[in-house]
Design a protein around this ligand. Structure first.
Ligand code: ZN
Length: 501
């Protein structure tokens, strides 16, 4: 049996390394490649991905997984080997259910759709996207049809990125958030906002980058196994567990952009850097799900990076770097400025309180589209109504509404928005559990010490790689089920105090 485990492992590592090689090409494309390189690069990346996929759906992999079934059952559920076999089988079965021709056709459609969106958005031309998005919806439904055992059409689409969470779970989760957050946003909007002009002075690029990276390093981002570059959209790319890179973008007139972007990406990178090296390049050698990944990035960006204890330590340092801009701005003013809540129509610019409402709206629209309650052509109108209902503001143009995010135009419809919110919800659960184990964490943060916290995350979350589904991981870490309670309580306490609610 050991020999077969070894053979399976070797095959999987080769596949993992092909994917890492593709990541190098993609990272280069986003950072340094001259624009004319795009066409050849796309072909090269597609080739590596195809080779990885062909190696994975090899019947030999299927046979090894069958042969290893009883061996897997004889091992502890959470052991490396049992987990490797179990998770690989799940991936394999998913791949085998979807015919290769269909996949190729859908991929080609998505590439075309993305290209059309890049033209349609600047022209605010949703009409051009209607037939394309209708086709995407059809493909998405067809994909779900390959999983006849599903309870709900959205389930297979969600589990591509967030294994273990169902459409029914998400309807409940988003319902609870909506019920609590809509009134909270209304209450906040009726208050005078804080003066956040201190954030919109001129902050030279190099100094911003240096400060962000210094804080990321303090959180635990290891620069001997990582680096930071600039790109149009911040992203984290791994080429192995020992080479995990982040990118950021700087606006010299907006201190928040690079700083919180860097802390966010560093959270993703710290997660990956702390997955045990024995799991490298295997299907369990990466983050558990997209939602769990966001629970790490948002953890460092928001629960730590927008907290008062952190800034008690970090603000004097920031004032040293930007004396002319911040010398006369008190910590309290700065703290309120970075935590200002302002309903806006743009998701990526949203604050902690409104962010989940943007996702609720999009998730619910995915359900409505998949179930046929809303037609693609009706989207602008419905988008407008819901935006007003949830956020109190609505976009004037489609480019800030239904054309705003590239997600539906470069991928399926269904399962593309829950992970941000799952990340918020889980990050609050992790923080509560970490505090229970180590009540000294906030005091340490105020001293610029984050080792206890980072180690707790590693021992409880990072170390498992992709062994567990979301419910399994939540149960292990907290002893309970996924719940919005702690996240809502966190928002209530923090923003209740900030806005005198
Ligand atoms: Zn992220």
């Amino acid at each position: 049996m050991e020999e077969r485990v070894q053979e399976l492992r070797n095959r999987l590592v080769e596949i993992g390394d092909l994917k890492y090689a593709a990541s190098v090409l993609t990272w280069d494309q986003r950072t340094y490649m001259p624009p004319e390189g795009a066409e050849s690069r796309a072909r090269q990346v597609a080739l590596l991905q195809r080779l990885a996929h062909e190696k994975f759906i090899d019947p030999r992999v299927g046979r090894l997984l069958e042969d290893l079934r009883s061996h897997e059952e004889s091992l502890p559920y959470d052991s490396d080997t049992a987990s490797l076999i179990r998770v690989t089988r799940r991936d394999y079965q998913r791949e085998m259910k979807v015919p290769a021709d269909f996949k190729a056709e859908f991929d080609e459609h998505m590439a075309k759709s993305y290209h059309q969106w890049t033209l349609a958005r600047p022209e605010d031309d949703f009409g051009r996207m209607v037939p394309i998005l209708e086709k995407t919806l059809e493909y998405s439904r067809q994909y779900a049809d390959y999983f006849p055992e599903k309870d709900h059409i959205i389930d297979p689409l969600v589990s591509i990125s967030d294994e273990g969470v169902t459409g029914a779970d998400l309807v409940q989760l988003f319902g609870e958030l909506r019920e609590n957050l809509v009134p909270m946003v209304q209450a906040i909007a009726s208050q005078p906002g804080p003066d956040d002009s201190c954030l919109y002075q001129h902050f030279p690029r190099e100094k911003q980058l240096a400060f962000g990276l210094e804080m990321a390093e303090r959180f635990g981002y290891d620069l001997d196994r990582g680096r930071e570059d600039l790109s149009a959209h911040p992203v984290t790319s791994a080429f192995s567990l020992s080479d995990v890179r982040i990118t950021t973008r700087v606006k010299e007139k907006n201190l928040k952009e690079a700083l919180f972007g860097t802390l966010h990406e560093a959270g993703h990178a710290i997660y990956t850097q702390n997955i045990p090296s024995e799991l490298e390049s295997t299907p369990i050698g990466r983050g558990a799900t997209a939602g769990v990944h966001e629970s790490q990035s948002r953890f460092w960006e928001n629960l730590v990076g927008r907290s008062r204890p952190f800034w008690e330590f970090a603000y004097p340092r920031l004032q040293d770097i930007f004396p002319d801009q911040l010398r006369d701005v008190p910590l309290e003013t700065f703290y309120r400025a970075i935590n200002s809540v302002e309903p806006s129509v743009i998701r990526t610019a949203a604050d902690e309180v409104t962010y989940s409402l943007h996702c609720a709206m999009r998730f619910e629209l995915e359900m409505d589209l998949l179930e046929g309650r809303v037609e693609v052509a009706e989207l602008p109108e419905v988008w407008h109504e819901r935006s007003l209902e949830y956020l109190g503001v609505a976009p004037e143009e489609n480019r800030d509404g239904v054309l705003q995010d590239m997600n539906w135009y470069s991928d399926r419809i269904g399962g593309l928005y829950q992970h941000y919110t799952l990340g918020n919800v889980m990050s609050a659960m992790w923080y509560e559990a970490a505090l229970e184990a180590h009540p000294e964490i906030p005091d340490e943060a105020a001293e610029g010490q984050f080792d206890t916290l980072r180690r707790w995350l590693t021992e409880n979350i990072h170390t498992h790689g992709r062994k567990f589904t979301i419910p399994e991981l939540v149960e292990r870490v907290t002893g309970g089920e996924l719940t919005t309670e702690l996240y809502l309580r966190y928002l209530d306490t923090k923003y209740g105090t900030l806005y005198d609610l």
